[in-house]
Design a protein. Structure first.
Length: 438
């Protein structure tokens, strides 16, 4: 694997007027070396080893992000969720260890922080999602101390466990933002684990008020799974407040301020004291995509504008989008990427060969909904139609111990050893279920 690093350039660039120190060309450029970028590159190389591929990715670390919930719940250490980037990138690709700052699809080029101009025949855009901490007033200043945490960063997930482990009672708040987010079930998962842990300590749960505050009007987008979660919160006496959108953290008084919504309109404001608060922050596509011609026109999220079936860009046919930054109307999860990557690989190769785009993505995604330390709902569904599906010979709409085992042990192994290598398939999931638990 060839690696280009910022040290090969002499100075940084301006996002508005990039200063070019070197120009390179690749057959396929992939912006983003996360789950989507690496998995797609592996699928492409499985089909055609001779492809000239570059991955533009500044991070030296690669995280298994679904593990951050388990870190926040004290099951994993943060080091269990990370590997060096160079160990997981396909050896056949060139790694451009810089950040993309400007996209110029009219001229089949992009620019990086180190003054590199990357020209391409085809582009795959998958930089992941941007965490917009700044959109909640006071959050950037408060996060990581005095009871304010979030599993949406490896920096703060260990603090979540510290807060849960040391909680002695009071108000424990868990929030959901008024934007699309990666892993829409994550804000609830950590709440259920916290509730479970509070119950394991004498008297703590009796002294606690566990609250879930969301601008949504139901617990989950798929009715069958929403019904399960509604039963869970009712049975555990968790206080759910729909139509509540967090807008400010007042760290000095430990107050969380919410807009109260009705039919998407703000009808009031409420301030709630917290002893601990887990914040799921607002999220969007990275700014350099928002500012580019690749973004969905007039959409504040700035998502890459792709066809939901073929994942080809709607205006630039040699550009494809995949993963969290895409406009695909389904949940943003690694499981969705697992199904999207082979579609992008096949369709991109068809495009290069001047053939029709024959592969189609059906909206599949999955969110393992942890509801305690020994049970999980494996919420697989068609995100386009909000209908349950299942890769297992089991009814998916049920809490199961075996799915907790799947979440804790099997899925991380599949991610590192199968998915990133372009070899994930349902058989990896089915094998641990040979006993066909009813």
């Amino acid at each position: 694997m060839v690696t280009l690093t910022p040290q090969q350039s002499q100075s940084a660039t301006s996002p508005d007027r990039p200063e070019v120190h070197k120009t390179v060309h690749y057959q396929i450029a992939i912006v983003g070396g996360g789950a989507a970028g690496i998995t797609t590159a592996s699928w492409l190389l499985e089909k055609a080893r001779s492809l000239d591929i570059a991955i533009i990715e500044p991070s030296q670390k690669h995280y298994y992000q679904p593990g951050w919930t388990l870190t926040g719940g004290g099951v994993f250490q943060i080091q269990d969720t990370v590997k060096p980037q160079k160990e997981v990138l396909p050896k056949e690709v060139t790694w451009v260890a810089e950040r993309a700052i400007k996209l110029d699809p009219e001229n089949n080029a992009l620019f990086t922080t180190g003054g590199l101009k990357v020209e391409y025949d085809c582009l795959i855009v998958c930089p992941g999602i941007q965490i917009d901490w700044h959109l909640i007033k006071g959050l950037k200043e408060a996060i990581g101390s005095n009871g304010v945490t979030s599993n949406y960063s490896p920096k703060y997930a260990p603090y979540t466990w510290e807060l849960i482990r040391n909680f002695q009672g009071g108000n424990a708040l868990f929030t959901f933002p008024n934007t699309p987010i990666k892993c829409g079930g994550a804000p609830q998962k950590i709440m259920y684990m916290a509730d479970d842990f509070f119950r394991s300590k004498y008297g703590v749960r009796q002294r606690s008020n566990v609250m879930f505050l969301t601008p949504k009007t139901r617990m989950f987008s798929v009715p069958e799974y929403s019904a399960i979660l509604e039963n869970v919160v009712q049975e555990r006496d968790i206080d759910v407040k729909f139509g509540h959108n967090l807008k400010e953290i007042k760290a000095d008084t430990k107050e969380a301020v919410f807009d109260v919504l009705q039919d998407d309109a703000i009808v009031g404001e409420v301030s709630i004291h917290y002893d601990m608060i887990h914040v799921a922050p607002p999220q969007s596509a990275p700014d350099f995509i928002k500012e580019s011609p690749l973004a969905v026109p007039n959409n504040p999220g700035g998502w890459v504008d792709v066809n939901k079936d073929t994942l080809q860009h709607n205006r630039y046919p040699n550009v494809f989008g995949i993963g969290d930054a895409s406009s695909l109307p389904t949940s943003k999860t690694a499981a969705a990427v697992r199904k999207q990557a082979p579609v992008v690989a096949e369709n991109l190769l068809n495009f290069l060969g001047s053939q029709p785009l024959s592969a189609h993505y059906d909206g599949y995604t999955c969110c393992p909904l942890i509801t305690g330390y020994d049970k999980t709902v494996m919420a697989e569904f068609d995100g386009y139609n909000a209908r349950p599906t299942s890769s297992f010979p089991l009814n998916p709409a049920k809490e199961r111990w075996v799915m907790w085992v799947m979440k804790k042990h099997v899925l991380p192994w599949v991610y590192w050893n199968r998915m990133l290598k372009g070899a994930a398939f349902e058989g990896d999931y089915i094998k641990p279920l040979q006993w066909r638990q009813k």
